[in-house]
Design a binder for this molecule. Structure first.
Ligand SMILES: *Cc1c(COP(=O)(O)O)cnc(C)c1O
Length: 447
């Protein structure tokens, strides 16, 4: 491991002083460029997203059977897109900033099966692996009806194989529950910050939960080492997986259809701003890639991170990507935001996506809690703290004059804008836990 000269870095990148002081920051990357110039760096294209989309369609009949809660969407795992006008007013009043355009929420928090954005990538990767094993064994062909996977024959087949993953909670939930349902024996290696109720739920599904005292990075490393010993074990690598990334990316075309159905235009005169909470980067990176492929340069993606874990901002801003961690600059990587307590960003995602991402901002845990209370109060929607990380995004965009000028976002366009906050989790939080979140918000909730 190379030694990081923090003093020198601070001179070259003064923003680091603010990160180290745990100040909330916002940085719009001046190196952002158009899709056509940025795409070659991703190494994936629309055809890869189409393959993922087709694969999910093949599995839909299986999912509708195995998870009856997905039957009403015919086995497609998709979330609602809703307006949150009262929250918009609340933000404007609280920050004293007018937000031009419309504010919406993408409720991945309420995705079936695992109640978080991980129901996109995590589940997709398990399905892709299952399909590969079954087709290679001659038991399945892509033209078959995949509802047959919901059978003892296939469960007995998959039982010979295992799946392992390192997780702070939500990824483990998605991969654990889906793997167990197919019949795999599955181990989830969990970091110290993982919630007790998530471990409990996984154990109820027959998942082997291995607990560690250390953080996410350690859980991943231990999980990877365990899996290496067993050739029949597949390790899902959250940090570098293209498959996971593509599972998330299908959200782009899905959102496009939802906008069309609701009569919402996204084009040169109607920009779309999407605010995505970022942990290791695969989820927001994959979704942002899908959005760019669906809406081109008319969509602007902005990542949000906790002040204690700004790994992606740090990696992209310094250009060091996964060669630097938040611990290297003295931060503790401790946050109440599940899924966002990541010290070192994915090098793959940072390098692939940096030219397509407009900006990054951080916020404190207390800030997330307050927004959690305000959303519950104004809209009656309850999320977990991490899912609120994107919420200040429209305020940052509305305030930054230089950014608006550079991106040629005039007032007329901004009045036609849609701001979409990606709510990434919370749908399965037990009521007692939610009550304690609400209590921490400092907001009086009148019901
Ligand atoms: C995992 C997660 C994220 C971020 O996804 P990454 O792929 O780790 O960047 C955001 N919010 C929640 C609730 C998550 O579980």
């Amino acid at each position: 491991m190379t030694l990081i000269d923090v003093e020198k870095l601070k001179v070259d990148h003064p923003l680091l002083n603010q990160l180290i002081a745990l100040e909330e920051v916002c940085w719009f990357n001046p190196a952002v460029t158009c899709v056509s110039e940025a795409l070659p760096y991703v190494g994936l294209d629309v055809q890869d997203i189409q393959d993922a989309s087709d694969r999910l369609a093949r599995f839909a009949p299986f999912l509708a059977l195995a998870f009856p809660e997905t039957a009403k969407t015919n086995g497609f795992i998709e979330s609602e897109l809703v307006d949150i006008p009262a929250m918009k007013q609340c933000l404007e009043a609280h920050y004293g900033t007018e937000i031009a355009g419309r504010l919406m929420l993408k409720k991945d928090s309420h995705l079936p099966i695992s109640g978080s954005i991980k129901a996109r990538g995590g589940i997709y990767e398990v399905l892709a692996h299952a399909e590969k094993l079954a087709t290679e064994a001659g038991l399945l062909s892509v033209s078959d009806d995949y509802s047959q996977l919901y059978s003892d024959t296939f469960r007995d087949f998959f039982r010979q194989y295992s799946i392992a993953v390192g997780s702070t909670g939500n990824l483990g939930m998605s991969i654990g529950i889906m793997s167990a349902k197919l019949g795999f024996s599955v181990s989830v290696h969990m970091s110290a910050d993982a919630r007790a109720w998530k471990k409990q739920k996984l154990r109820e599904h027959g998942v082997n939960v291995v607990e560690y005292e250390q953080d996410y990075g350690v859980a991943v490393e231990k999980g990877r080492k365990e899996a290496e010993k067993d050739p029949r074990c597949f390790f899902i690598d959250d940090e570098n997986s293209r498959t996971l990334f593509l599972g998330y990316s299908v959200a782009g075309e899905r959102l496009k259809k939802q906008f069309e159905a609701q009569g919402i235009t996204v084009d040169d005169k109607h920009p779309l701003f999407v605010y995505l909470p970022c942990g290791v980067g695969g989820g927001p990176g994959g979704v942002a890639f899908g959005l760019k492929m669906a809406f081109g340069d008319h969509v602007h993606c902005i990542f949000a991170e906790p002040t204690h874990s700004p790994c992606m901002l740090l990696g992209v801003h310094t250009g060091l990507h996964d060669a630097i961690s938040v611990q290297d600059i003295g931060l503790d990587n401790l946050t109440a935001a599940d899924g966002l307590a990541v010290g070192r960003a994915s090098g793959f995602v940072g390098r692939a996506m940096e030219r397509m991402l407009d900006g990054y901002f951080t916020l404190s845990d207390q800030h997330m809690y307050r927004l959690l209370g305000q959303l519950a109060q104004t809209e009656g929607i309850e999320l977990e703290p991490s899912a609120l990380a994107g919420m200040p995004g429209p305020v940052h965009v509305s305030r930054d004059h230089d950014y608006a000028v550079r991106m040629r976002l005039d007032q007329q366009k901004m009045r036609n804008a849609t701001h979409l906050v990606w709510a990434t989790g919370g749908g399965m939080v037990p009521p007692e836990e939610m009550a304690s979140y609400l209590a921490k918000s400092g907001v009086d909730i009148v019901s």
